[in-house]
Design a binder for this molecule. Structure first.
Ligand SMILES: [Zn+2]
Length: 269
């Protein structure tokens, strides 16, 4: 991953997507923001009551300014740990940008081929996943916690891109963002059973970790397998490999007790 730490808002980027900077813009925020004299470490973009909405909207405005876009370019979804994929059209521009009431409902992933619409996924341990098809110039963004991962939301995103935009999975570039790693993601029996059902077995996905009494779930590997199974080339998948709980100084982590949310976003220029 590439990190631009010199700007007021440090932004991460996937190396594989960054090479298409002429076609798309994308970024992952952290919990940090530099002021002239100090660092604010609660730079959340979620309108979920963690802090005042006015502060969140100002945070979003600052991101837009640094990113060189208008705040009404953003589109946010309600993210209900389902596997709903929404096809974002021009008329959806700005939905959820300024209030929760216009969030796209029952949606955990968005795809679009419209220019100038920045689709945003919010996360704090769940996996933000960004998709780009350089051939048809279409994009996607998904939010995958354990439920979305076992529901194989990345496969649903890709099927939508194939149907709507004529994408071929072998052309797609996919970035799996910072999220809770198998170093920290202890799970219960229900998750273990669902993983085994969804993936045929838990081999390589449900692991033992000496730190915990219960097993851990490797969300990154599970989503990588789903992507490869639907035809994405292994070499076109970039896994950030950054655990949000281990790196709680950089990213919000629900398991670490945070209510804040960081964002992963992508837009066609
Ligand atoms: Zn960790």
């Amino acid at each position: 991953m590439y990190i631009d730490e010199d700007k007021p808002i440090p932004l991460y980027q996937f190396d594989k997507l960054k090479s298409f900077d002429n076609q798309i813009k994308h970024f992952i925020t952290t919990r940090n923001q530099k002021h002239s004299q100090s660092i604010c470490n609660y730079f959340t973009i979620g309108l979920n009551g963690a802090i005042g909405n006015d502060i969140v909207l100002d945070n979003r405005k600052q991101i837009a300014e640094q990113f060189g876009i208008s705040p009404d370019s953003f589109v946010f979804a309600s993210q209900v740990h389902g596997n709903g994929v929404f096809i974002v059209r021009d008329e959806d521009r700005g939905k959820g940008a300024f209030d929760r009431s216009s969030y796209l409902c029952d949606v955990d992933a968005m795809v679009t081929n419209r220019k100038g619409i920045c689709i945003v996924t919010q996360a704090a341990d769940c996996v933000p996943i960004l998709f780009y098809d350089p051939i048809t110039n279409a994009i996607g963004a998904a939010h995958a916690g354990w439920k979305g991962t076992v529901a194989k939301i990345p496969a649903k995103v890709i099927r939508s891109m194939v149907t709507e935009f004529g994408s071929n999975p072998k052309d797609l570039l996919v970035g799996i963002g910072p999220s809770i790693g198998s170093c920290c993601y202890e799970v219960g029996d229900e998750v273990v059973a669902m993983v085994a059902e969804a993936f045929g077995s838990g081999d390589g996905l449900i692991l033992n970790n000496k730190k915990f009494n219960k097993p851990v779930f490797d969300l990154w590997e599970a989503n990588r397998r789903t992507l490869v199974d639907v035809g994405v080339k292994s070499e076109n998948i970039e896994i950030a490999g950054i655990c949000t709980k281990c790196n709680n100084h950089l990213f919000f982590s629900a398991r670490a007790g945070d209510k804040g949310r960081f964002g992963a976003a992508i837009m066609i220029k």
